[in-house]
Design a protein around this ligand. Sequence first.
Ligand SMILES: NC(=O)c1ccc[n+]([C@@H]2O[C@H](COP(=O)([O-])OP(=O)(O)OC[C@H]3O[C@@H](n4cnc5c(N)ncnc54)[C@H](OP(=O)(O)O)[C@@H]3O)[C@@H](O)[C@H]2O)c1
Length: 195
Amino acid sequence: MKIIIFGANGRVGKELVTQLSERHQVVKVGRSSGDIQADYTDHQSITNMYNQVGSFDALCCVAGRDSDFVDVQKLELQHFKSGVERKLLGQVRLVLEGLKYINDKGSFTLSSGYLNHYPNVYSIATSPFNAFVDNFAESMAPYLLRDIRLNVVSAAPIVDEAKYGQVTAEMVAREYVKSTEGNISGSVFKIWNME
Ligand SMILES: NC(=O)c1ccc[n+]([C@@H]2O[C@H](COP(=O)([O-])OP(=O)(O)OC[C@H]3O[C@@H](n4cnc5c(N)ncnc54)[C@H](OP(=O)(O)O)[C@@H]3O)[C@@H](O)[C@H]2O)c1
């Protein structure tokens, strides 16, 4: 498969490149790194990326720093703008534009996170966007044509050594691989390490 890894130079992205490039042709995308540079907050930039890539089989969005972490007492409207532009509209843009280029039976795997289920005092400008991404995939997937699939990976905080409620980038990357290589659609792959 020809797979776009959007955010390939990030913590999860690097692991994903390692795991997927064993079996697939990987196109690495970053804002300023990778085979192709693109910014998912910029519509023209994403159109240019898809024009460069041409037809493809799967996209995993693992772009990071996609929302703000701010103490709840210091929240202002501007702190929500980052999540709206990146985690929410950036990922929706990748799907809506990508549908024009993706092959039959292709897949999109987006990123959310467990904070909408386990919020904390710093997560209020982040967690609602996770809920949006989860619901976007769950509700849109059944209506996609040509057997195209749409899933989300929802991870707990990523650390170097997994402990209760924390996961490694390697563990998280495996969920994107499962979503990409499997046949499930409309699912949120939860990797929370809570047992
Ligand atoms: N880290 C965690 O603890 C954690 C927990 C739960 C969920 N998640 C989610 O998992 C995903 C991956 O997280 P991560 O920690 O691996 O991220 P990360 O290391 O911060 O990812 C950095 C990557 O994202 C790219 N990027 C950032 N902004 C971009 C933009 N506007 N357009 C295009 N590319 C952009 C960077 O490009 P350049 O290399 O060019 O700068 C880089 O390749 C995110 O959606 C995050 O919300 C993370």
